[in-house]
Design a protein around this ligand. Structure first.
Ligand SMILES: *Cc1c(COP(=O)(O)O)cnc(C)c1O
Length: 471
């Protein structure tokens, strides 16, 4: 399997070459040259497989530069009941007639990012050992990504994590999750500033090519293809749990921010998984909902990005969206560049409303969308608690609301549960007047000793800290 760049760079790469990379050299995103097709006989075989083996079957279609036995061992080591809480790994439960919740957030940090990041940690350790190399991951987080990365990389050989976060701006639970890690290869850096300052620092450090090379700086952001690929697996696992046979369509609703999660659903659908509809659920930051309704993709400025009660969906532009649009315009790189380089670069938006391709988004590709507000989230959390005695987090609430608007009779609707409610306790208290129950292993974490350094919002200070801590 070879990988290409959405923006038309002539190079073709193998999986392990792009594993540790971010963007392609021309600024595009990597995609496989073709989507492997899965027929009904294969689906029938896969239906009975445990999650780790299903993951191996799917990954092996995309990864041919890791020996099969090694890849199998990596999957088996990653997807265990010990790490994810159940043998099913992503158990499905019926909420009401035809509406299901697929639990993706029972991993170490209680959000769905663990599903991919845990695999990434094991793939990185494997590949770095094979190369005899090291990697220093530099990131910026306002919550879920940073903790998922740290729990995936803690104690891994050849990897250090330097994670910046805005000082005092994460929830106490999220802070405690990250700062209580005592592993020597995990470095928490609290920046005096806001999340944008952290992102600017990561950009500034990465743009210093000399420093980047010398200290082997890498990232684990959501455009990483391996992360996306890992997420394809749970669409298959959800499908098998929601159906008894492989001729039945299923729809999925996905709380979306950077379009990484739902893009994995798109890949599963392109492989031939019988997905009828992919519903993109947004909050007040509705760039994606606007596109699927109107054909206009209009990125927002930082000042127009709302701080909401589903903060992991607060994005101004959706970094994985380019992958879908590449397929939408028939994999025409020149057209793609015109949209993402020329139009977005010049006017901050592009308009496909008059392009015949836009009709295909809903048609051939099965996309729908929905939007929620803070009041919707509170109402959905309350209603779900009252009628089904089930607590959901605000992101999953965004999903459930959008799902109900797109149900077609006879087609199971699977809503992806992207976090557990305890991560967003303040909103749960606002909705229900009480704190959600906390899994045992997180009892009292706020009182644990914290391992964090405070630095000013200055890239030079962060560089000096990295240099000091890489020996
Ligand atoms: C990251 C995240 C999302 C958004 O996922 P994308 O892949 O960026 O679309 C939604 N919900 C939660 C809880 C998250 O952590």
């Amino acid at each position: 399997m070879n990988y290409l760049s959405t923006r038309g760079h002539p190079d073709r790469k193998r999986f392990c070459e792009i594993l540790l990379e971010g963007l392609a050299p021309d600024g595009g995103l990597y995609l496989p040259e073709t989507y492997p097709q899965v027929d009904t006989a294969t689906l029938a075989k896969w239906r009975a497989l445990p999650y780790a083996e299903l993951a191996f079957e799917i990954l092996s279609l995309y990864i041919d530069d890791i020996p099969q036995a090694d890849l199998k061992a990596i999957c088996a080591k990653t997807y265990t009941a010990e790490v994810f809480g159940t043998d099913e790994i992503v158990p499905l439960r019926e909420l009401e007639d035809g509406v299901y919740l697929e639990a993706l957030s029972n991993g170490p940090t209680l959000a769905f990012k663990d599903m991919a990041m845990q695999l990434l940690g094991n793939l990185f350790e494997y590949e770095l050992a094979r190369r005899g190399s090291e990697l220093n991951i530099l990131g910026a987080t306002s919550g879920d990504t940073g903790s998922a990365a740290e729990y995936a990389m803690r104690g891994k050989k050849g990897v250090r994590v330097f994670m910046t976060s805005p000082d005092g701006r994460m929830s106490p639970f999220q802070q405690a999750q990250m700062f209580s890690l005592q592993d020597a290869n995990i470095h928490n850096i609290a920046i005096t500033g806001v999340f944008d300052d952290c992102q600017d620092i990561v950009k500034a450090v990465s743009n210093d090519l000399g420093f980047k090379r010398k200290y082997r700086i890498g990232t684990v952001n959501s455009i990483n293809w391996a992360r996306l690929l890992a997420q394809v697996v749970y669409y298959f696992a959800g499908y098998f749990q929601a159906t008894a046979s492989n001729d039945k369509p299923v729809s999925f609703t996905v709380p979306s921010g950077n379009f990484g999660n739902v893009c994995a659903g798109h890949v599963a659908r392109m492989m031939g998984l019988p997905i009828q509809t992919l519903v993109v659920a947004t909050n007040e930051n509705d760039v994606l909902d606007e596109f699927f309704r109107t054909g206009v993709y209009r990125v927002r400025a930082a000042v127009d990005t709302h701080e909401t009660s589903s903060p992991s969906m607060d994005i101004s532009k959706a970094s994985n969206f380019e992958r879908f649009v590449f397929d939408l315009v028939g994999r025409d790189s020149a057209r793609l560049r015109q949209l993402f380089v020329d139009d977005l670069g010049l006017q901050g938006s592009f308009d496909l409303s008059a392009d015949p391709a836009f009709k295909q988004a809903a048609g051939r590709f099965g996309f729908r969308s929905g939007r929620s507000t803070h009041a919707d989230r509170l109402a959905t959390i309350r209603d779900t608690e009252k009628r089904f005695a089930t607590l959901i987090d605000p992101h999953t609430a965004d999903g459930l609301k959008a799902a109900r608007e797109q149900i077609s009779p006879g087609v199971p609707m699977v809503v992806l549960e992207t976090a557990l409610p305890i991560k967003f306790a303040a909103t749960l208290v606002e909705a229900l007047g009480e704190e959600p129950a906390r899994p045992k292993k997180f009892e009292g974490i706020e009182a644990l000793p914290k391992r964090v350094v405070k630095l000013p919002a200055d890239a030079e200070a962060v560089k000096a800290y990295i240099a000091e801590n890489c020996d």
